[in-house]
Design a protein around this ligand. Structure first.
Ligand code: NDP
Length: 253
């Protein structure tokens, strides 16, 4: 029996990496819905790979009008929304993760906008469209729990996302909407190519592998399976939780 049969889902950043892994896992469990992103080409390819069970809606999650469009288009097409995955985020285009001496006010705002403010408003704008009894899953990061040298704004923004989810989980229980987070450790996605030059990617990945007791990076498919659990009735008593999916990194010393 498919765990998400006919559930209508919205996955922000569903055209790449973890978001696409979640979309594939949802698709395998019978879900339909919308994936979003700004890049029309990767969005189109992702929709085709998902067998056209999902539609792609282009938009920027830092723009409230784009968020509105994403939800309205989904409800016009599918009639409802049962599951929201707030995944878009990570590295701001063209702005590397920064140590405090290099941070500008503009860079600070861009990281907080993409990784925290957008998460808040992605949830807020969804509320008129979301079914009672829906599941909201936000993607945090294990960087929220560990020292993250050179990435402190990102890490603090992700800690704020986890805190936000805890609070919202109670605020929204009157509508039986469950809110939870997944905090991945190092997952093999295109984000590494956005963090460092191509020739340094393998070396940076190895640093994270060495920090991970399981001795490897996680896969988007593994985060996808975790998201299926939180989206489905299998997690019906789980409210305001954060699931660390990090191969043991956070607890290693
Ligand atoms: P990717 O770079 O592969 O994916 C990022 C996704 O976010 C893309 O689909 C991108 O689409 C979308 N996105 C980025 N900025 C915007 C924006 N302004 N508006 C709309 N969409 C946007 O990275 P990951 O898959 O690795 O990251 C996904 C999430 O997982 C992020 O929140 C990240 O912080 C988190 N994470 C990742 C970890 C890892 O090791 N990979 C570890 C812990 C957390 P497009 O460019 O088309 O807009």
């Amino acid at each position: 029996m498919s765990k998400l049969k006919d559930k209508v889902t919205v996955i922000t950043g569903g055209n790449s990496g973890i978001g696409f892994g979640i979309a594939e896992a949802f698709n395998n469990e019978g879900a339909v819905g919308t994936i979003t992103g700004r890049n029309g080409t990767t969005l189109k390819n992702a929709v085709e790979t998902l067998g056209n069970n999902f539609i792609g809606v282009r938009g920027d999650v830092t723009n409230l009008d784009d968020l509105e469009d994403m939800y309205k288009t989904t409800v016009d097409k599918f009639g409802k929304i049962d599951v929201l995955v707030v995944n878009a985020g990570g590295v701001v285009d063209g702005v590397p993760l920064m140590t405090i001496t290099d941070v500008t006010e503009e860079g600070f705002d861009q990281y907080m906008n993409l990784n925290f403010k957008s998460a808040y408003f992605t949830v807020k704008q969804s509320l008129p469209y979301l079914n009672d009894g829906a599941s909201i899953i936000l993607i945090g990061s294990n960087a929220a729990y560990r020292a993250a040298p050179g990435a402190t704004i990102y890490a603090a923004a992700k800690a704020a996302v986890i805190s936000l989810a805890r609070g919202l989980s109670l605020d929204l229980l009157s509508r039986r909407i469950r809110v939870n987070t997944i905090s991945p450790g190092s997952i093999d996605t295109p984000v590494f190519g956005k963090m460092v030059p191509a020739e340094a990617v393998a070396q940076v990945k190895q640093v994270y592998i060495d920090l991970t007791p399981l001795g490897r990076q996680g896969t988007p498919a593994e985060i996808g399976k975790t998201a299926v659990f939180l989206a489905s009735d299998d997690s019906s008593f789980i409210v305001g939780a954060d699931i660390l999916a990090d191969g043991g990194m956070t607890n290693a010393f």
